[in-house]
Design a protein around this ligand. Structure first.
Ligand code: SF4
Ligand code: SF4
Ligand code: FES
Length: 238
């Protein structure tokens, strides 16, 4: 496999062909904020938080789904990018219902973390507060669609790691939501194995364990990494 050489934030980098800009940056200690990216499952470029600037193109491209190319010159933290990222996070906070003070993920939420990372302390957009509903039909878990940021991590982890494909995305645009089974209550979907991988994958308080109250949600993120390692490298202990 050939090696590509490029520059990220003026730093010379060499990485194997086929790697993404995000991988190249992470391997070289250059932080790029992400939300829909989850190690071990396919990237889809849904959240647009990882946008970077590439010399020679006016378009901002998502680092998680853009492959490196020979001679690329990439900037990851310009004023323009900082402004776009902040706006993206503001839009997420104004779109759903993110009242952190009464959320299971308060203090352990990747959306909160990213807000802090990009310096967002308020949103300049009007709150939409759509009434999206909460599904508590599953014996062990619940999903609050109001906290969902449509990152589709749950969809991908259930499909690609558990192999159950319980989740999918329904409708389009502002009407878009995460659907279980054939638009059934989660508890009625026979394909669900109750493995809890979607709970561990969800970056917000949207999917949670029953019984968890404000600020009590914890994720076993190491479990997902272990499963991916087990599959790819046949290492079966942790
Ligand atoms: S999911 Fe995160 S950002 Fe949304 S209300 Fe809960 S803690 Fe706040
Ligand atoms: S339920 Fe959670 S993991 Fe699934 S799309 Fe919404 S925020 Fe992402
Ligand atoms: S992490 Fe790249 S678009 Fe979401």
């Amino acid at each position: 496999m050939s090696v590509k050489t490029l520059k990220i934030d003026n730093k010379d980098i060499a990485i194997e062909e086929g790697a993404t800009i995000l991988q190249a940056a992470q391997e070289n200690g250059i932080p790029i904020p992400t939300l829909c990216h989850l190690e071990g499952v396919t990237d889809v470029g849904a959240c647009r938080l990882c946008l970077v600037e590439i010399k020679g193109t006016n378009r901002l491209l998502p680092a998680c789904v853009t492959e490196v190319a020979e001679g690329m010159e990439i900037q990851t933290n310009t004023e323009k990018l900082q402004e776009y990222r902040k706006m993206t996070v503001e839009l997420l906070f104004s779109e759903g219902n993110h009242i952190c003070a009464v959320c299971v993920a308060n203090g352990n939420c990747e959306l909160q973390d990213v807000a802090i990372q990009v310096g967002m302390d308020h949103t300049r957009f009007t709150y939409r507060f759509p009434d999206r509903g909460v599904d508590m039909s599953h014996e062990l878990f619940g999903i609050d669609h109001n906290r969902c940021i449509l990152c589709t991590r749950c969809v991908r982890v259930c499909d690609e790691i558990e192999g159950a494909h319980v989740w999918d995305v329904a409708m389009r645009g502002a009407a878009c939501y995460i659907v279980s089974g054939l638009n059934q209550p989660w508890g009625e979907v026979d394909a669900c194995t109750s493995c809890g991988k979607c709970v561990d994958a969800c970056p917000t308080g949207s999917i949670f364990r029953k019984g968890e109250t404000t600020a009590e949600k914890e994720r076993d993120r190491a479990k997902l990494e272990f499963l991916v390692n087990a599959r790819e490298k046949h290492q079966w202990t942790r």
